[in-house]
Structures are given as structure tokens and as C-alpha cells.
Design a protein around this ligand. Structure first.
Ligand SMILES: [Zn+2]
Length: 164
């Protein structure tokens, strides 16, 4: 699909790539951090962590980055949904979601099942980065009046009460 200006369309979520839902960024400057299998979950931010003697001095957090295929009445395509739009689908931050998934089995699989088939009105735009291959979800609005974010359905499924 060619989208020169942001386009709003009605679509159904067909599938979510649940193997890779979020990524780590520096909690200060939000630059992407590479996961480092040797030194722990991620290497410190090169830009914020100037103090080599205190490697914990710059923290990291997770942001959503969700790849999914959606269908309109005429076409199927793959889009990428970053943190702000993904929070509408998930109903929580990526860190909260990650912590929930750590404690409960098959959460990622179930997220796919929960969101697949849901209808949304999405605004899509060309990727900001010229090398990026997928359209970016700028905003997402659930069309079903009884829609609830994935985390709420997951809490029901796993019998977990929301922390207040
Ligand atoms: Zn940083």
C-alpha cells in the first residue's frame, strides 16, 4: 500500500508477532540499547553512562515494538506499532507487560489470541526512517465497544488482580 500522507482505515488484526514485543531503551535518552548476553540484560547507554566505575548509573526500560499483520476489506499488510499506539492495545507499559509475562506462562501466545480478530480504526504513516520497510501505526482506536486492553483480559485469564 502506498501511503504518502497518513491514512486512516478500518482493519482487523490478523496476527501479531508475539516472539518480539518490546525492546530496551535507555531510561534517560530513550536510545535503543543492544541486548548484551555477557554483561547482563543490556549494555549501558553509551551516551548517558559516562561513569565506567558505576555501570548501573543509567537505567533501562522497555518500550513496545509490535509487528502485526492487519487486513482491510481489500488488502492484507504488515505494520509496526510503537510504544504509544501499542499501549492502547495492551493497556499497560512494556515493562509492566514484561513483568507479567515473566510470571505467567504463554502470555505472549495468549496476547496474539486476545488481539487477533479485533477491529480497529488505525492511522498509518510511512516510516520516518527511509530504510524501515513497514508502515507505522500512528494511532489506533478500538471499534468494539466492549474492547478491553490485552492486559485486562490476561489478568482475568490468569486470575490476577490489578495492582492498585
Ligand atoms: Zn542514554
Amino acid at each position: 500500500m502506498e501511503v504518502d500522507k497518513p491514512a486512516t482505515l478500518v482493519c482487523t488484526v490478523l496476527a501479531i508477532n508475539s516472539t518480539d514485543l518490546c525492546y530496551r531503551v535507555c531510561s534517560i535518552c530513550e536510545r535503543t540499547l543492544a541486548d548484551n548476553p555477557i554483561n547482563g540484560p543490556s549494555s549501558p547507554c553509551k551516551f548517558c553512562n559516562f561513569n565506567a566505575f558505576n555501570p548501573g548509573s543509567s537505567g533501562s526500560k522497555r518500550l513496545f515494538r509490535v509487528l502485526m499483520s492487519i487486513a482491510t476489506d481489500t488488502k492484507v499488510f504488515t505494520v509496526i506499532c510503537f510504544d504509544r499506539a501499542a499501549r492502547v492495545l495492551f493497556g499497560c507499559s512494556a515493562d509492566e507487560f514484561f513483568d507479567f509475562a515473566k510470571l505467567h506462562p504463554f502470555v505472549a501466545d495468549n496476547v496474539g489470541k486476545i488481539l487477533e480478530g479485533e477491529m480497529f480504526r488505525m492511522t498509518l504513516a510511512k516510516p520516518k526512517n527511509g530504510n524501515a520497510q513497514h508502515l507505522r501505526v500512528v494511532s489506533v482506536f478500538p471499534l468494539r465497544s466492549v474492547f478491553q486492553p490485552a492486559i485486562e483480559t490476561l489478568r482475568e485469564l490468569y486470575n490476577v488482580r490489578a495492582e492498585s
